[in-house]
Design a protein around this ligand. Structure first.
Ligand code: TA6
Length: 300
């Protein structure tokens, strides 16, 4: 086993030069670069790198709570804790590691957590970078031997886009959503795709496992695949909320969109020995937008 003490982040690289940077603080992916070295995740230029606050950007892990609705701090404590490298992970299906470079991180409860959330859990996160440069994040929550507990979860994914007003999201048409801007009141999406003209903060429910985020200007589409994550949070703070965030530039809302694979509406309850897995796979494809409706179902 390697001596991982004092390591504060790990960089995974693919043979063609793509990379993922994972911070031990929060188990947070803080960078995803393609083979041309282009950064595909958004990080605010005003981000505060000061534990325990999570860095504004990348992919913070929200666990065991999403939002501000429970006993814990907003989005739970996992993103604010120092994780360890798990150099003795229980076996995962080979497909999760075949030919990939990956790192296994582990978060276990420490004293102060027990007060706020007294449960016997282990949260394992395997971050993989495939040979083709596509990242996968596989989280496993296990109830070790305590009383049953329930939790919510989200990969708070900040995607870098060229211009939010040129972005459309496909795959969420006709779904019900909870609108965070109206006390999580329930609505039904009418649009043929989601576009952005003002602040959006919605939790789409029972969503398909493939979502496409089209960046028109850069002629590329993020394809988000997920398993065990029935909901999708879509967030852009727009101008007013951006100005209210100290770790967010006033105009930066134009260069980002959060599309978060999540488990929110129906929290999972684990009995002792039970385990839940939540998996996120990201990729980027060139898209020429020749067709109005991007038929990403064919992406399989
Ligand atoms: O993802 C949507 C959201 O719940 C927004 O309401 C906003 O609060 C965002 O998360 C960021 O939360 P944070 O605690 O990281 O500032």
């Amino acid at each position: 086993t390697k001596d991982w003490n004092g390591i504060d982040h790990v960089v995974l690289r693919s043979p063609q030069g793509a990379s993922l940077r994972v911070s031990m603080h929060g188990g947070q992916v803080t960078s995803w670069r393609n083979e041309q070295g282009e950064e595909l995740l958004f990080t605010s230029s005003k981000a505060i790198f000061k534990p325990p606050k999570a860095v504004r950007g990348g992919i913070p892990v929200c666990f065991p709570q999403f939002g501000n609705c429970g006993l814990l701090e907003q989005h739970g404590f996992a993103r604010n804790k120092i994780w360890t490298v798990d150099d003795n992970p229980p076996p995962l299906p080979l497909t999760d590691s075949q030919g990939k470079s990956f790192i296994d991180l582990l978060l276990k409860p420490i004293e102060e957590d027990v007060k706020g959330w007294p449960h016997s859990f282990e949260l394992r996160l395997r971050v993989c970078l495939a040979i083709n440069g596509d990242p996968s994040l596989i989280s496993r929550v296990r109830n070790i031997n305590g009383k049953p507990f329930s939790f919510s979860f989200a990969y708070h994914t900040y995607l870098s886009v060229s211009d939010i007003s040129e972005v459309r999201i496909e795959g969420l048409e006709t779904l019900d959503y909870l609108d965070n801007l109206c006390q999580r009141e329930r609505f039904t999406e009418q649009g043929d795709a989601i576009t952005f003209e003002s602040e959006v903060d919605r939790i789409y429910l029972s969503s398909p496992n493939v979502i496409a985020v089209l960046d028109h200007e850069r002629k590329r589409t993020f394809v988000i695949r997920k398993e065990g994550l029935p909901d999708v949070v879509v967030w852009n703070p727009w101008e007013k909320k951006s100005r209210a965030m100290v770790d967010f530039g006033d105009e930066e809302y134009k260069q980002m969109v959060c599309v978060n694979g999540a488990l929110i509406e129906k929290p999972i309850t684990l009995k002792p020995g039970e385990e839940w897995t939540g998996r996120l796979d990201l990729s980027v494809v060139r898209s020429t937008f020749c067709s109005d409706h991007l038929d990403f179902q064919t992406r399989g």
